[in-house]
Design a protein around this ligand. Structure first.
Ligand code: MG
Length: 180
């Protein structure tokens, strides 16, 4: 099986003291009929870069530990698929090395061509023949689940654990992926 994971809020946390809603609102336009993500302009990019200082982006240790155990099962391939933009490239490369994610995954893919997040991930899911994909962005997962019926999608969130549609499941921990 090919298993794909998002990065932010799956293995690396958002900064403390900043509302996740604010961060998401910065990037995402969910009110539009069509899901769209925006690339921050120059001043915003400087702010975003600061918000990615290592001290503000703590690892989600439980999830990294779970992943480390999981990859010992060599029957699967594990891929990191993150829609981080090119202006965060240096920060991203640093964080990946710091937590040794480059040594854990079979492949790492980032949205350095600054495509729309959902279109970037849709393309990677198809080309890498992903069977299972885990992310914290529900709007994005709904789009992917509709476009990839044979792939199972998991929405990692703090509250809800249930089946949302035929191929979309809400889970409160990574263990939930392997419990159904
Ligand atoms: Mg995320």
């Amino acid at each position: 099986m090919n298993i794909g994971f998002d990065l932010d809020k799956v293995f690396i946390n958002y900064p403390p003291f900043i509302s996740p809603r604010l961060i998401d609102r910065f990037y995402k336009n969910e009110s539009a009929e069509k899901l769209t993500y925006r690339i921050p302009n120059q001043p915003e990019q400087i702010f975003r870069n600061l918000s990615h200082l290592p001290i503000l982006r703590r690892p989600i240790k439980n999830n990294i530990a779970f992943l480390e155990k999981l990859v010992s099962n060599k029957n699967n391939k594990y891929y990191l698929i993150s829609s981080r933009y090119s202006f965060l490239r240096k920060r991203t490369e640093n964080v990946v090395k710091k937590y040794k994610l480059d040594a854990i995954f079979d492949g790492l893919y980032f949205n350095y061509n600054n495509l729309q997040a959902h279109e970037f991930k849709d393309d990677k899911i198809k080309t890498l023949k992903i069977n299972i994909y885990i992310d914290d962005d529900l709007a994005l997962l709904k789009y992917l689940a509709t476009n990839n019926k044979s792939v199972k999608f998991y929405w990692l969130n703090p509250q809800v654990q249930k089946k949302l549609s035929t191929n979309l499941f809400a889970i409160t921990s990574l263990q939930g992926v392997f419990q159904n």
